[in-house]
Ligand binder design. Structure first.
Ligand code: FAD
Ligand code: NAG
Ligand code: NAG
Ligand code: NAG
Ligand code: NAG
Length: 749
């Protein structure tokens, strides 16, 4: 019975009508027959054959029902009778046992026109009379029935239109973004082609409306965190992360649309034939349908923002971590919609007298409830503390629950005869595509290591306890030319957890006869990275192993096209900055001034990197400043003392630190460094981000521009972001919007 109702409604959905068509005085269109079906809904006829057990078969075999229906068409759908009769027939072919008699006169002849029961169906229904004659409802009955059956398809049209609206909005944002990117790309190219010194001489155009708007945009929209100053650091006991302001605008628009779409486009009225006098029931039915359908529309978005290999990322150049923010918000919205859908339907069914036990007998019900549960569990299991402390557990649980949700949902919508499978298949498709491309990438870069061939040398710089670094040199199976900023996921297939993979930025690479050698540098954490470090320690200070590479991911920041570049790194964030250092040091016509500022707390770590990756030979023309922050009690002297003699020579002209005492502010320029214009200075104490940005902004002449690129701990990145935001402005000492550009690479999402 209920299924039959669904079928009848689905039939109506095929022919949506404009809103104006549902007023009672309206002209009846080609779906008037559905009005007649709804009018007769719930009436019992004496010649219904119970054993047929099929809505349409039972009616086709009933003389009283068929003559009543044809009489209804004759009375209330006069002008469009032929069309309605044809569709009425079609309905029996589609959902029932087959065609009715093609000639309506067949049923007219069966009608005893002097014995038609003229009734008000709403009162007749409640009396539960069994009719042994042709029945006709009133004009008002028909109008209400017609409006009732229009409302479902009409509401459903809105349900889907709102779903499309989300997709169209996202599509528009993607297109605008692509255009923006293309324009930016070409203007960078054009500027980079200009004569090197031209910029200092060209006066900055900062009075035009466009320039002022750009400054306003960068200061108030483009750069800052949504509110307050934290973006990389979490808030609320470490549970929440705050997006940047542009991201927040996107998130807000998305959430607001979903919110509004939950409340509009419903027509509830007293005369509704399914729920007469119960506008609350009508409303909840519509809201439940709306939220369920919107949740389905949101699912592919949820997946689209989650993949590593993601068309959205390729088209827009958005960062994975940015997409992740949207992934989380879409997840929250879709889950809330699923909860409203479930709660709404539960209330709705209980109001109609069903019990929970009865409801759970139905597959669509039970699977729907469980899917809502799995979705709801995923949200608290994904909070930042869990991701930070037990990342692998989070990942496993996330995947298992996501698969469970999809499977449950396939069963949930089985009653809809595949009408809702497309959204689920879209999710499966997006997911499968990502996985497939991952394997292709691994295969391309590492196929020669599949047999367990040792393609990697792992080295530990000192003892494990001393906070030493691990250097991995991985031989890839093919020759490639990675760009700066690229990161790769590393797998250790011969470990206990071969599926585990962690992202690392490529520090540098060398071409060899066999392929390309990838150099990674990492600071061991608690998990897989620690295991690798232990393994190396157990073997002495270096060992060979098998590592599979998956990549490259991430985007190149075009810092080379700016006249000034400030690279800022904190701790192991230096690895992300190294490729840019090498690129800029090598560039035939590199920016006028490149500065690297690295804050590091461990003297061992600092001197290690300074003696290898950042040795003067690699940093031609770059000013390197190392700040040894005091958390671990180290000072500049500790670093300098550990540097090999040919690099370190204390520059006696350097001033004593004004904080005095043993903290010798050591400036040193090696004999070797001097030759290629590289300078190295080691300072005790933290670098103050605000001063750094202000100082570099003040050095800009004319139309020159500064790129700030940072990678490091959250607090440091947030400090720089705030400093860059403050640097913009039209006041004295502030810079115009296009003069500074902030790029950020964070080691996490
Ligand atoms: C794009 C990117 C590039 C990176 N490049 C470098 C690098 O060049 N050098 C370096 O030292 N570190 C880098 N990191 C950080 C590095 O990936 C983590 O330190 C490493 O995954 C920790 O592994 P673990 O099992 O030892 O960590 P755990 O001690 O288990 O966790 C430490 C932290 O790492 C996070 N984490 C663990 N696994 C992952 C993962 N698969 N994806 C994302 N986050 C994870 C956890 O949430 C936690 O906050 C990078 C991170 C990202 C996102
Ligand atoms: C009811 O339908 C069944 C199955 O088609 C048929 O066998 C039976 O004769 C019908 N009964 C009546 C009273 O028509
Ligand atoms: C039609 O209905 C009238 C009134 O009930 C009755 O007298 C008449 O016999 C019926 N005619 C037929 C053909 O059944
Ligand atoms: C119609 O017939 C059934 C028995 O077939 C009887 O129970 C019912 O009362 C009749 N209805 C009317 C309105 O006479
Ligand atoms: C820093 O380096 C020292 C050696 O100089 C080592 O003893 C210490 O454990 C390291 N600390 C950290 C946090 O890595």
């Amino acid at each position: 019975m209920r299924l039959a109702l669904l079928a009848a409604l689905a039939a109506g959905a095929a022919a949506p009508l404009a809103r104006a068509d549902i007023t009672p005085t309206t002209k009846v269109t080609g779906i008037g027959y559905l009005g007649c079906q709804v009018l007769l809904q719930g009436l019992e006829f004496g010649d219904f054959n119970e054993t047929l057990d099929d809505y349409f078969a039972e009616r086709l075999a009933s003389r009283w029902w068929m003559t009543s229906a044809v009489y209804c068409l004759d009375t209330y759908c006069k002008d469009t009778f032929d069309e309605n009769y044809a569709r009425f027939n079609q309905n029996f072919i589609l959902y029932g046992p087959g065609p009715i008699n093609p000639d309506p006169n067949y049923y007219r002849a069966m009608t005893n026109y002097s014995a038609i029961a003229k009734i008000d169906v709403t009162t007749a229904r409640s009396k539960a009379t069994i009719w042994n004659q042709t029945v006709s409802g009133t004009q008002l009955n028909f109008n209400n029935a017609y409006r009732t059956q229009l409302d479902f398809p009409q509401t459903e049209v809105y349900d889907h239109a709102f779903g499309w609206a989300l997709y169209i909005l996202l599509g528009a944002i993607v297109v605008v973004n692509m255009i923006n990117r293309a324009v930016g790309h070409f203007s960078h190219k054009a500027q980079a082609a200009d004569p090197e010194d031209g910029y200092a001489a060209v006066a900055a155009d900062d009075s035009s409306l466009g320039a002022r708007l750009n400054t306003w945009y960068r200061k108030h929209i483009g750069t800052p965190a949504a509110f307050g100053y934290r973006h990389n650091q979490s808030v609320g006991w470490g549970w929440l992360s705050v997006p940047t302001r542009v991201q927040a605008i996107g998130v807000f628009a998305y959430v607001a649309l979903n919110f509004i779409f939950t409340f509009v486009g419903y027509d509830t009225f007293q005369g509704n034939m399914f729920y007469p006098g119960r506008t609350d029931l009508q409303l909840w039915r519509y809201v439940s349908d709306r939220t369920g359908i919107m949740s389905f529309w949101n699912l592919p978005l949820l997946w689209a923002f989650a993949g590593r290999n993601d068309i959205l990322i390729w088209l827009t150049g958005w960062s994975y971590s940015g997409c992740n923010i949207f992934h989380r918000w879409v997840a929250r919205v879709a889950t809330i919609q699923a909860i409203i859908h479930s709660a709404g339907y539960t209330w709705f069914e209980m109001q109609q007298g069903y019990t929970m036990a009865e409801a759970f007998q139905e597959q669509y019900w039970a699977t729907g409830v469980f899917a809502t549960v799995t979705m709801s569990i995923m949200i608290p299991l994904s909070i930042k503390p869990i991701r930070a402390k037990v990342y692998e557990f989070f990942l496993m649980a996330h995947i298992v629950l996501a698969v469970a949700t999809l499977v449950l949902l396939f069963y949930h919508v089985k009653v809809m005869d595949g009408a809702y499978d497309a959204w689920l298949w879209a999710c499966v498709g997006i997911w499968a595509f990502d996985r497939l491309v991952r394997y292709i990438r691994i295969g391309a870069l590492s196929y020669k290591a599949f047999g367990g061939k040792k393609n990697t040398v792992a080295r530990l710089s000192g003892s494990l306890e001393a906070g030493s670094l691990v250097r991995l040199t991985v031989q890839s199976s093919i020759k490639t030319k990675p760009s700066p900023g690229a990161y790769y996921f590393l797998y250790t297939p011969r470990s206990l957890t071969p599926w585990e993979n962690h992202p690392f930025t490529l520090a540098s690479y060398e071409d060899t006869a066999e392929g390309t050698k990838f150099n990674f540098l990492f600071a061991p954490q608690a998990g897989a990275t620690r295991k690798i470090a232990k393994r190396v320690a157990a073997a002495g200070s270096s060992t060979e192993m098998t590592v599979l590479l998956e990549g490259p991911y991430g985007q190149v920041h075009p810092v080379g096209s700016y006249e000034h570049v400030l690279l800022v790194a904190g701790g192991s964030g230096i690895t992300s900055v190294l490729p840019y250092v090498y690129q800029l040091a090598r560039a035939p016509r590199h920016p006028r001034k490149v500065t690297l500022v690295w804050s590091v707390r461990n003297a061992t770590y600092a001197s290690d990197v300074l003696s290898h990756e950042l040795a003067p030979a690699n940093t031609a023309g770059i000013d390197v400043h190392v700040h040894v922050s005091r958390e671990d009690g180290a000072s500049a002297t500790d670093v300098i003392d550990r540097l090999p003699g040919h690099i370190a020579s204390v520059d006696d002209t350097s001033s004593e630190s004004n904080s005095g005492a043993a903290d010798k502010e050591a400036a040193l320029v090696s004999k070797e460094a001097g030759k290629n214009g590289a300078t190295l200075r080691v300072h005790s104490g933290r670098a103050v981000m605000r001063e750094l940005v202000e100082q570099h902004a003040a050095q800009l002449l004319g139309a020159e521009r500064l790129a700030v690129l940072a990678c490091g701990p959250g607090a440091m990145l947030d400090d720089i972001r705030a400093a860059v935001t403050d640097a913009y402005g039209t006041a004295e000492g502030k810079v115009r919007g296009d003069a500074i550009r902030y790029y950020e690479d964070a080691f996490g999402w």
